[in-house]
Write a protein that binds this ligand. Structure first.
Ligand code: FAD
Length: 621
């Protein structure tokens, strides 16, 4: 290891989005030496793009709100595949995390009497999203950074981790079941990576590692994600022996831009519908009344008249329990499929979406004040004035409910000392995430991961020993594309991957399509192993892309394999050949993948049993 620049810390955190920063703050508060690594610049993590808000049952707008209602909404939105304990911890702790953010200086929008204002969002029974206009993520990152930076952590920017390192000779795992029911495997010893600018390798040694690397949206042609979202953490964990779970559940957000083509997929916050926006087809018909899911029938307005009364009440901050919510605010999986169906039936807008109209419901001044980023986004990118005209919108790959399997109490993976939090971890959201529940997830589980990683490190006196063979393998793997005489172009392969995922593993799936998708992924994997890179290691974008491709192929394969296995439709996973939700078998299992030699082993694991008192909470209304 002396060959490479080496840094030693008690805890390293990989990822500087909301989850990574919150984890770093917590580990650092234990008096530990913390290193924070990110592949972009600090302050640029994908979390800055979050728009609509952070969900927490503060009860500021609707006093009836409390953690139990939030917990129920989250489990129902996730179609009961969530790890109940994570959903419970999340609902109970989110208010503290949001209040703490305010204490640290976050400037939320306010109610008339000066408390944190909360807005409506899909699947949340009450107005629950604390927000800063439509730029909530930016304020969250600014606050966490300003607070965290004073704790003295060391930050490594523009540094990509390509492999996790585990202790020598611990391969195969102890076989002992851990708290989450996963048997324990190897122990983590650090991470191997490179500086994006110089291409030089760098080694990190640590007693505990937290993965907080975010999502995988870049596996799809039409997506709302930043360039960073290439499934790195999921792949790093998988290659180190941890498990992936719920990978079949990819959230397609209903409202991405569809025009112009250069910005297709860019997100339009659900906050537009939260502020009164409605969805219409080309005949100007409000579409959502035809798509009310039976699970939500009791609480959803069946007529325009009732929906309009609800919208009028909610925008004036009043509620009436006899007036039900507009179906425009049904959970995302339902709305995305409704738009897909309208377009398929030939009732779409000129550019293959539907219309989202806020102009007829709110004044221009309101729109510019509540949704400033949306106003500018459409003005600048699409030459559309949303205070006067409707937007054209369609589904966009947005968020992965699946990810690294963790213990609900500690966020530890099957690899000892390896923790995961935020979008790269699984369990909290089940089959479908409610909007706003990610930013709160980052804060709640970022803190828990940082705390337990810190405790794990404190219990250990020295740094775990390294396996030199693993380090040499990691270096060889990274350099291999420079040594080949010819091979395919990594950017072209990435385009093919996105096309295969969009076409065969997309919003509506069948066994036949998924099998074709898997065939294409397999062929791509073989070709990716022959990529040749020209030039040297200095800021070589083709090389970075090649490394990303390995990760994207792993997460894509896990998604397609899990999607084949789940022979039902539930939440974000819709099978045309199995359109019903299966209450008997698939209601009771999560799907887990793990590396087994050179193949991916995919299997069902039973959901943890729900204790009686929690069942009661779920059944109360
Ligand atoms: P990220 O913020 O994605 O951060 C990942 C970090 O990991 C980055 O620092 C990156 O550089 C680093 N990294 C990745 N790979 C490596 C590697 N190999 N080596 C080193 N570093 C690496 N959710 C809500 O709850 N409310 C909202 O209003 C909302 N709005 C959204 C709007 C948009 C446009 C999008 C796309 C998402 C939105 N979401 C929202 C979802 C939410 O923003 C994300 O799920 C969340 O920000 C993910 O945070 P994270 O901390 O897990 O990861």
């Amino acid at each position: 290891s002396a060959r490479y620049e080496t840094h030693e810390h008690d805890v390293i955190i990989i990822g500087a989005g909301g989850a990574g920063l919150r984890a770093a703050i917590e580990a650092s508060a234990l008096g530990l030496d913390v290193g924070l690594i990110c592949k972009s610049l600090l302050g640029k993590a994908h979390t800055v793009m979050a728009e609509g808000g952070v969900a927490a049952a503060l009860g500021n707008v609707e006093p009836k709100d409390n953690w139990k209602v939030h917990f129920r909404d989250t489990m129902k939105g996730g179609r009961y595949l969530n790890q109940w304990r994570m959903a419970q911890l999340h609902a109970m702790e989110a208010p503290d995390r949001v209040n703490e953010l305010e204490e640290w200086g976050a400037l939320f929008d306010r109610t008339a009497d000066g408390r944190i204002l909360q807005r409506n969002f899909g699947g949340h029974k009450y107005p629950r999203l604390a927000h800063v206009g439509d730029r909530t993520g930016l304020e969250m990152i600014r606050t966490l950074q300003q607070h965290g930076i004073h704790t003295g952590m060391k930050v490594y920017m523009e540094c990509t981790v390509t492999r996790l390192l585990t202790t020598p000779g611990s391969g195969g795992g102890s076989g002992a079941p851990g708290a989450s029911g996963q048997e324990e495997g190897d122990a983590v010893a650090g991470a191997f990576g490179y500086w994006r600018e110089s291409g030089r390798f760098v080694l990190f040694r640590a007693k505990a590692v937290v993965l907080a690397t975010g999502g995988i949206g870049r596996a799809f042609q039409i997506n709302s994600n930043s360039w960073e979202c290439t499934g790195d953490g999921q792949a790093l964990a998988y290659l180190a022996g941890a498990e992936l779970m719920d990978m079949e559940f990819m959230q397609f957000h209903p409202t991405g831009m569809v025009w112009p083509p250069s910005v297709r997929g860019t997100l339009i916050t659900e906050g537009v519908r939260g502020e009164g926006g409605t969805l219409r087809n080309k005949d100007q018909k409000r579409i959502m009344f035809d798509y009310i899911h039976p699970l939500y029938a009791n609480e959803t307005a069946p007529t325009e008249e009732e929906a309009d009364r609800w919208l009028a009440l909610s925008t004036s901050g009043k509620m009436d329990k006899n007036v039900r919510r507009t179906p425009d605010l049904l959970p995302r999986d339902i709305v995305a499929r409704a738009i897909h169906a309208e377009v398929k039936a030939g009732r779409g807008s000129p550019h293959g979406g539907v219309f989202l109209d806020i102009a007829t419901r709110r004044t221009a001044a309101d729109i510019k004040r509540k949704l400033p980023a949306m106003y500018h986004q459409f003005k600048e990118l699409g030459d559309v004035d949303i205070t006067k005209e409707p937007m054209e919108v369609g589904p966009t790959a947005h968020y992965t409910m699946g990810g690294i399997r963790v213990d609900p109490e500690t966020q530890q993976t099957r690899v000892r000392g390896l923790f995961a939090a935020g979008e790269c971890a699984a369990g909290m959201h089940g089959a479908n995430r409610l909007g706003g529940n990610s930013l709160s997830d980052l804060l709640v589980f970022g803190r828990i991961a940082g705390l337990h990683a810190g405790r794990h490190a404190k219990e250990r006196s020295g740094l775990p020993s390294l396996d030199l063979g693993q380090i040499e393998d990691a270096a060889r793997e990274a350099l291999a594309p420079f040594e080949r005489s010819s091979g395919p172009n990594p950017f072209a392969l990435h385009e093919e991957l996105k096309d295969a995922m969009q076409t065969y593993v997309g919003i509506i799936r069948t066994e036949e399509d998924l099998s074709e998708g898997l065939r294409r992924l397999e062929a791509l994997r073989e070709r990716a192993g022959t990529i040749r890179i020209d030039g040297n290691r200095h800021y070589n974008a083709g090389w970075h892309e090649t490394i990303d491709m390995r990760n994207l192929l792993i997460v894509s394969e896990a998604m397609a394999r899990a999607a084949v296995l789940r022979k039902e439709s539930r939440g974000a996973h819709a099978r045309d050949d199995f359109p019903d939700t299966d209450k008997e078998h698939f209601a009771k299992v999560n799907i887990v993948s793990r590396k087994h030699g050179d193949t991916m082993e995919v299997r069902e694991v039973p959901l943890p049993p729900i204790p009686g008192e929690i069942k009661q909470v779920l059944e109360e209304e």
